[in-house]
Design a protein. Structure first.
Length: 141
């Protein structure tokens, strides 16, 4: 099992400004797409975690550093890596690359708190935590 995942998204016209450059705020939804696909590849998903375990993964900090512009119709490769899991705190890192030439367009990170429905910190279910710990270690099964 790798400790990173890659998925692609295409920059839509509605995500750009008059010059055809992707609006800076769109990078955070692209991070979310990468994060959701990463968890899906691990066999985990938000819906099951919420519905069956009453756990929510809440963003508590987010950063993005812009390196070069993404433009309308660019195919982007979102690389997502799980950095750490300590109690209820999970950290992810991201790289957004232009798929055609591998140019790094942005990188960033998010920190999450696992909570219950009342927004009180709680631990992940053991089965989720074990899978995530293996992913962080990059251990091949």
């Amino acid at each position: 099992m790798a400790n990173f995942s890659e998925t692609t998204v295409r920059v839509r016209y509605s995500e750009t400004d008059q010059m055809g450059v992707a609006y800076h705020g769109n990078y955070f939804p692209w991070f979310e797409i990468g994060r959701a696909e990463f968890l899906r590849e691990l066999g985990l998903d938000y819906a099951t975690l919420e519905r069956e375990h009453g756990c929510y993964i809440v963003v508590v900090d987010a950063h993005c550093r812009y390196k070069a512009p993404a433009r309308y119709d660019d195919l982007l490769r979102i690389r997502t890596e799980m950095h750490s899991l300590r109690g209820p705190v999970i950290k992810f890192a991201y790289a957004v690359l232009r798929d055609a030439d591998g140019t790094l367009l942005a990188d960033g990170d998010t920190t999450h708190m696992v909570t219950d429905a009342g927004m009180k910190p709680r631990s992940l279910p053991d089965a989720y935590a074990r899978v995530m710990e293996v992913a962080i270690a990059g251990v091949k099964e």
